[in-house]
Design a protein around this ligand. Structure first.
Ligand code: ADP
Ligand code: MG
Ligand code: MG
Length: 866
């Protein structure tokens, strides 16, 4: 038969799933001899049962609670409901995952009109007894009967005004007696009955209320927002009260064992004397820094310091604690891993390795890669004070300040002239690239996390807020409206792509912080990982950045961005407009030197490391202007002719190379010439990998490989690999046949996700996919986190079949997923050779790859903040 209740002293090994975080902490502290008031935990399973049974308490639960209450009475020598010296308890919720402020706590439970007098006599402190009672009525009224907390606060405020005092502690016993009367009145108005005098009724209803709090709308919303399952339930902790409000030798406080914003060692916390519960954080009285406790309560202070040391030694992790001092004696009421900033997380991990508390493996395993993201970009100064005008999606991290510009040309002109500009668009297209390059950041009104703006901005490491709902744009009048405020082009705004916030005016920014701690941790990570990390980079500048961040090569160099540059687009258009192959060759011949120059720059930046160059991929119409901007009637005709209803499934990828072989021939020539030139100049041969996109049939790759080999041979001899993207389901299924013509495969998981799921990325995000996520049909955006069971299954098949046909084939991934920690872990498990992601995500991928390797070896991460 299941047990639903455990004493703290018997529960140390039962774990947080069953006991909740708070209960597990109390039991563990009890077990290692840290002073904790006695008490017991009603398990999360009891609350799950309760919900399952349409809110009926499980049979036996009341009996079990009664039995444990009896033991608590024995342990404390006091009786619950005793009219002379009553046992009082707190009833505290505590789920397995922390849900701050979502559920509630009641203190001083067990008091009634009679025992409050007994408590006053027993402690010789009438003021204290009535303070405890008024708190109980307030908290119970609020938690159990949904009474408005402000009604109580107001009554307290009025009384203080009447008495002419500022501070609760200045109210006398008689004042508090009076306050209890008002509180009882407020309670009665709300609950329709008197405050319950039977302590057992109080306890039973309090337990129910905590169970019910799991299903309040705000708790549901919070869980949804934080990806917490709905069926975990919450535990309830019943804890003997210790009193911090019993005079000046008593107090209550909160502390971190290290500074949560810098990670530095030393005391960090606040306390109040003669106070209870949440007084410290409630802001009614100004709390004192912990250092002052040394003066006021020296013995308890020494005990606290020693306790913090022991807690760190036990948990081997920075702790966030809540404590109370009753007549000079210290009690711990809560401990959990402390939330911390990203720099603090790094500092603490590195320090703890040095202190011998944890191993390097553990240090690497416990850093959350997502949290580090903010350190790789400029951020808004944490101390800055500002008002958010509108919010959008946090599409690409980093913050930027600049003047509003409404088109890419203006962004380019003014950016080149040295001005800081933010490109503000309804949404962006490949035509806007030149504006991206010169803008500090990008803000769009439309589009999701993988909209054009978001993907390109992440690739470039530029801050981007996408899909900003409060934004409307009037290009004609050169005005925008931001959260209802009208602004003109040229006005200054600040965007934070890490949070999605948009602010009018300038805000102070702080630079990226790849500090010493970060470097050290990454160096350790590199020792543990087996998966290589490459970057997706299209320009020599990106390649340099990628290398700085530790990239071990380029996994995807897209050639289309090179086609977009201002000086090349006219030639590209001439090439597309060409009436036949000869005319096309002539235009391509003019493009070739440009491509070659780009490749040379990239090869040099990546000397000694492999560079995978993908031949032209996007549908040609992307290089032409919109129809109404056609430069000539012929161009208009050509635009119409190239129009496709599903361009992403149309004439693109290797289909271009097969239809217009001269295009790929030119690109292969440019690659080979660049490789030769660099080798001559530097004496070192670049490691070249030529990649064909969107292959579905082995025959496609057979022909293209033949084209590649023939063309390269015409240009002289260089070494290179020839391979393909695997980005169509058919290619996964026929990977064995395709492998026969490939030296390597690179999974293009963006397209593979689109084609496997039948989701058009541009139509999914912001539309039905948002609904799918809100409604929990899907738990993660498959364009951000690899759909491992569907797309991943195809990848698995591809890997097995490819290796079956060609055991030493090199396998990697170059979709957006290469920078997503969960997806990186999947790639590790799949045994890929490398992941490739945008340069700014390389450090995160290095860390995630190490964590995947460590996890496989049995070193697990520690959940922070629980
Ligand atoms: P939360 O989860 O909101 O922090 P808690 O259950 O931790 O709520 O309770 C809030 C505060 O109430 C604690 O930090 C502590 O100061 C006080 N408290 C709770 N139980 C007791 C108790 N048994 N004795 C004294 N103070 C208590
Ligand atoms: Mg709280
Ligand atoms: Mg707490």
């Amino acid at each position: 038969m299941e047990t639903f209740v455990y004493d703290f002293s018997e529960a140390a090994d039962l774990g947080r799933e069953l006991l909740g975080g708070k209960g597990a902490g109390l039991a563990e502290m009890t077990a290692i001899g840290i002073p904790v008031p006695a008490g017991f935990t009603v398990t999360t399973e009891a609350s799950v049962e309760y919900m399952r049974n349409s809110r009926a308490l499980p049979a036996r639960l009341e009996e079990e609670i009664a039995a444990h209450l009896e033991r608590l009475e024995e342990a404390t020598g006091k009786r619950f409901g005793d009219s002379e010296d009553p046992l009082l308890v707190s009833v505290r919720s505590g789920a397995a995952v922390s849900m701050p402020g979502m559920m509630d706590t009641i203190l001083n439970l067990g008091l009634n009109d009679e025992s409050v007098e007994g408590l006053a006599r027993a402690t010789g402190n009438e003021r204290f007894a009535y303070d405890a009672y008024r708190r109980l009525i307030q908290m119970y009224g609020n938690v159990v009967d949904g009474a408005d907390p402000h009604a109580f606060e107001q009554a307290l405020g009025e009384l203080k005004r009447e008495r002419g005092v500022n501070d609760d502690v200045e109210l006398s016993a008689d004042d508090l007696r009076e306050l209890v009367e008002s509180f009882r009145r407020i309670y009665r108005e709300r609950a329709g009955s008197d405050f319950p005098q039977d302590p057992r009724e109080q306890l039973q209803r309090a337990v129910r209320a905590v169970f019910d709090s799991w299903d309040t709308p705000r708790a549901q919303v919070y869980r949804r927002a934080n990806g917490i399952p709905d069926d975990l339930g919450t535990a309830v902790n019943v804890v003997q009260m210790v009193f911090g409000n019993n005079g000046d030798e008593s107090g209550t406080g909160v502390a971190f064992t290290r500074d949560p914003s810098t990670g530095e060692q030393g005391l960090w916390g606040e306390f109040l004397t003669n106070a209870q519960g949440e007084d410290v954080v409630a802001g009614i009285r100004t709390p004192l820094p912990l250092a002052e406790m040394k003066e006021r309560l020296p013995e308890a202070f020494d005990q606290l310091v020693e306790t913090m040391r022991r807690l760190e030694e036990h948990y081997r992790e920075m702790q966030d604690i809540e404590f109370t001092i009753e007549n000079g004696r210290l009690y711990l009421l809560q401990t959990r891993s402390g939330k911390r900033t990203a720099p603090a997380a790094l500092r603490i991990a590195v320090d703890m390795v040095e202190e011998g508390l944890i191993s390097k493996e553990e240090a690497v395993a416990r850093i959350d890669p997502r949290q580090l993201n903010q350190l790789l970009h400029p951020m808004i100064d944490p101390k800055a004070d500002y008002e958010v005008a509108a919010k959008g999606l946090n599409a690409s991290p980093g913050a930027a300040t600049g003047k509003i510009v409404l088109d890419a040309d203006a962004a380019e002109d003014r950016g080149k002239a040295g001005e800081d500009v933010i490109l503000v668009r309804w949404e962006t297209t490949p035509d806007d690239i030149h504006g991206f390059l010169e803008a500090r950041g990008i803000l769009t009104a439309q589009g999701g996390m993988t909209s054009h703006a978001a993907v390109v901005a992440r690739g470039m490491g530029k801050p981007c807020v996408a899909g900003c709902e409060g934004l409307t744009i009037d290009v004609g009048r050169q005005k925008i409206s931001l959260g209802g405020r009208e602004l003109s082009a040229g006005d200054v705004i600040t965007i934070d792509g890490g949070t999605g916030e948009v602010i009018v005016g300038e805000v102070n920014l702080v630079p990226p912080q790849i500090n010493e701690d970060f470097e050290r941790l990454l160096t350790w990570a590199d020792e543990f990982r087996t998966l290589k990390v490459r970057a997706n980079a299209d320009t020599p500048q990106d390649a340099v950045k990628a290398r700085e961040f530790g990239a071990q090569g380029i996994g995807l160099c897209r050639t289309e961005h090179m086609f977009m540059a201002e000086d090349r687009l006219p030639i590209v258009r001439a090439m597309i407009m060409a009436s036949g192959a000869d005319e096309r060759r002539e235009a391509l011949a003019r493009l070739l030197p440009h491509q070659q120059e780009d490749f040379e720059g990239i090869f040099e930046a990546m000397a000694g490391l492999p560079v995978t160059i993908r031949l032209l991929d996007p549908p040609l119409h992307e290089f032409l202007p919109p129809l109404d901007e056609a430069e000539s009637p012929e161009m208009a005709r050509r635009i119409r002719a190239l129009r496709e209803s599903n361009p992403m499934l149309g004439t693109r990828g290797c289909r271009l190379g097969l239809l217009f072989p001269e295009i790929y021939e030119m690109q292969v020539r440019a690659i080979v010439r660049a490789a030769r030139a660099v080798q001559e100049r530097t004496g070192e041969a670049p490691l070249v990998e030529i990649m064909h996109p969107l292959v579905a049939f082995a025959e496609e790759l057979r022909r293209l490989r033949e084209l590649t080999v023939r063309t390269a041979a015409e240009e002289g001899d260089v070494e290179y690999l020839c391979g393909t993207m695997i980005e169509l389901p058919r290619a996964c299924l026929r990977a064995d046949e395709i492998a026969a013509h490939a030296d390597f495969f690179s999974f293009g998981t963006n397209d593979l996700t689109q084609t496997t799921l039948g989701f058009s990325r541009d139509d999914a995000e912001g539309k039905f996919l948002t609904h799918y996520l809100d409604d929990r049909i899907l738990t993660a955006n498959p364009f951000e986190t690899l759909d491992t069971s569907g797309v991943g299954d195809l990848m698995q098949t591809a890997v097995e079949r490819a290796r079956g046909a060609k055991p030493d084939i090199k396998l990697g991934i170059c979709g957006e997923h290469g920078g997503d920690p969960a997806s990186v872990a999947f790639c590790h498990d799949l045994g890929l050779a490398y992941v490739s992601c945008s340069p700014y995500r390389v450090p995160l991928a290095r860390l995630a790859a190490a964590q995947a390797a460590l996890k496989q070896a049995g070193v697990s991460s520690v959940q922070v903040g629980g």
